[in-house]
Design a protein around this ligand. Structure first.
Ligand SMILES: NC(=O)c1ccc[n+]([C@@H]2O[C@H](COP(=O)([O-])OP(=O)(O)OC[C@H]3O[C@@H](n4cnc5c(N)ncnc54)[C@H](OP(=O)(O)O)[C@@H]3O)[C@@H](O)[C@H]2O)c1
Length: 236
């Protein structure tokens, strides 16, 4: 793990954004999506999405929530078009074995490019089917090699990447030292449950020197909660 180390390879700037309950949960123990934030946070997230070159989620989030990840505001879509861009950022799913359902909203709703990142274990016939609706990036043997994926995305011209979850993907990105900024909206609900997803799931860090260190850049009340913005320290 190289969390906190300087990044030498060419990769996009990575902003991770999520909403969690007051007790630090992303959703319920049943992994059911729940409303955590309010209207102002929704507008903030839509704005970041519209400003990003690409937006990424893990396959766990696609299977649980079926998000389309489109820009919702007509005005923001128009601004993107006026700038010569697609109305939606490039939508990316990290999906080692190409489990994404062919009818997933992210593959069909809204205009714009899609990328499915798979590993060597993705069945070739499933990948061939997906090639009709998305570009495929192969990286890694078992799970997707996120470092290699980032380099490929950079080579495709992606300079700013928003990551919308879930906890397993975010945990891996931190472990690989691939996060630059971490924004969490903390809402006024307690969801509870030992096994409910949290913002950095996966194996976790054991040694204290491996813990990614953050610097708080702002904390502002928003809706009925608080928005925390952190930069990931690269100096330690
Ligand atoms: N509140 C929020 O802001 C928010 C946002 C998003 C999601 N969520 C919630 O989060 C939950 C889903 O999160 P999740 O943790 O189950 O799934 P996830 O992080 O969306 O996706 C994880 C999956 O991605 C695949 N993957 C491939 N390569 C990987 C790598 N190098 N590192 C990590 N993952 C890799 C793995 O599946 P394969 O092995 O099959 O490839 C892995 O199981 C849902 O309950 C959803 O509602 C909440």
């Amino acid at each position: 793990m190289n969390a906190g180390c300087p990044v030498f390879s060419m990769r996009p700037y990575v902003l991770v954004n999520c909403a969690m309950s007051a007790d630090g949960k992303l959703s319920t123990v049943e992994r059911r999506q729940v409303k955590i934030s309010g209207k102002n946070d929704f507008l903030r997230v839509d704005r970041i999405k519209a400003e990003s070159d690409a937006i990424m989620v893990g396959i766990g989030t696609v299977l649980a929530d079926n998000p389309s990840l489109t820009v919702k505001s007509d005005e923001l879509k128009e601004t993107r078009r006026a700038g010569g861009r697609d109305e939606n950022p490039v939508r990316i799913v990290v999906d080692s074995s190409a489990r994404i359902p062919p009818n997933a909203d992210i593959l069909h709703k809204g205009r714009g490019q899609r990328i499915i990142a798979v590993s060597a274990r993705a069945p070739p016939e499933k990948v061939r089917e997906l090639e009709f609706v998305a570009d495929i990036i192969r990286a890694g043997e078992q799970e997707v090699d996120l470092g290699v994926l980032m380099e490929r995305l950079h080579a495709k011209g992606i300079r700013t990447l928003m990551v919308e979850g879930g906890g397993t993907l975010i945990g891996s990105l931190f472990a690989e030292g691939l996060v630059d900024e971490f924004c969490t909206f903390v809402g006024n609900r307690v969801i509870g449950g030992r096994d409910a997803p949290t913002p950095a799931d996966g194996a976790g860090f054991i040694a204290e020197e491996e813990f990614p260190r953050l610097t708080l850049t702002s904390a502002e009340p928003l809706d009925e909660g608080i928005l925390l913005r952190w930069k990931v320290d690269r100096s330690s």
